[in-house]
Design a protein around this ligand. Sequence first.
Ligand SMILES: Cc1cc2nc3c(=O)[nH]c(=O)nc-3n(C[C@H](O)[C@H](O)[C@H](O)COP(=O)(O)OP(=O)(O)OC[C@H]3O[C@@H](n4cnc5c(N)ncnc54)[C@H](O)[C@@H]3O)c2cc1C
Length: 401
Amino acid sequence: MRLVIVGAGFAGMYAALSAARLRDIEGVSPEELDIALVSPEPVLVIRPRLYEPKPETLTAPLQEVFDAVNVTYVQGSVEAIDTNACTVGIRDAKGEQKSFQYHRLVIATGSRLFRPNIPGLAEYGFSVDNIDDAKALDRHLKELAKLPASAARDTVVVAGAGFTGIEAATEMPSRLRALFGEDAGTRVIMVERGGAVAPDMGEEARPIIEAALRELGVETRVEAGVASLDRSGVTLSTGEHIEAMTVIWAAGMRANPLTTTIPGERDKSDRLLVDACLRVPTVPGVFATGDAARAACDGNGNYALMSCQHATRMGAFAGNNAAAELLNVPMRPYHQEAYVTCLDLGEAGALFTRGWDRKVEMVGETAKATKREINTVWIYPPMPERAAALASADPEQVTKL
Ligand SMILES: Cc1cc2nc3c(=O)[nH]c(=O)nc-3n(C[C@H](O)[C@H](O)[C@H](O)COP(=O)(O)OP(=O)(O)OC[C@H]3O[C@@H](n4cnc5c(N)ncnc54)[C@H](O)[C@@H]3O)c2cc1C
């Protein structure tokens, strides 16, 4: 029997570990149940940190962790899924194609930034969505440092004032000063189509974010969209033109397009709708998890967000349940009642809220210490040691906050 997991993000990694944990508990050998994970590289990309400098350091190795728990790592990208024949078509790094049979499949292919068809965006827009884009932005900023100071060189526009946009914008003043010098006339401007920054953060948290932006000198333009980009900068829907050689697009995510090849229902972000055990109801044997799935977190109408926090725990439940179906033991319905947000605010500290109504629990340096702990310890893979790695993937314990 073979369980195939597609994707080595937070969800895929925990799906593999959790399936291996259940296999171990049930006393089943890796020969009887092969757990195979397919991804382009055997690394976890630490996506939540990609707004930081040195993005090339923001991956963690996975091969040793998988070896420690007898998970078969398969290098490549899944290009096609045949849910009738129960096969995945994989293209490896050399361009060679192979087909892999599965008995259960977990789709954990994550999400990617959605870039609308705005003139100039594809050519001139940067992002912090994936490691290649983050490296390209970092290289670009270092190249700018070699140019003479000018309004365009010294100005960064961040489009989208959600979580990612805020973290990218609030990190930028110190990042620019380090590159352009303390006295450079740097400007960071956030552009938001809605009526306020941090549209999802609520009335208690938003003033804290707005105060942080003021403290850092980050300007905002609300009720303004990006109309076009060109070499000189960006033109907003309000008619304002901002000279800027750096425009970071941080508005809107979609599930990885592989989800569209599964004959199941999807939400407006292309996430597959899943049942309580994270199965795609219309396709036997297929589970979806992490950013690729829309799952209810509780009985109160809350649904998992595209977040590391949800992806990690959803991954552990999906892997456990896919293995449980094969081993004929009861599955565990996914549930995640606790929800926190920890938003980095650059040199202005951080903001920690608890609950779906986002009650502010910590601000400033205290919240920043927690953010550091989350970003440098909690979200990293477990040690490549069998017992510890298996124990880390108990679905009921993963991201218990
Ligand atoms: C800048 C930034 C800041 C963020 N900050 C936070 C935060 O503070 N808190 C938080 O909770 N979340 C945050 N997030 C969101 C978080 O990173 C994602 O929700 C999380 O990475 C989702 O995990 P995942 O495993 O579902 O997908 P991903 O981490 O995207 O992993 C997907 C995996 O699938 C692989 N893959 C994709 N396509 C294929 C294919 N065809 N074949 C094989 N493999 C494939 C990829 O290579 C990757 O290994 C942030 C994201 C960004 C970009």
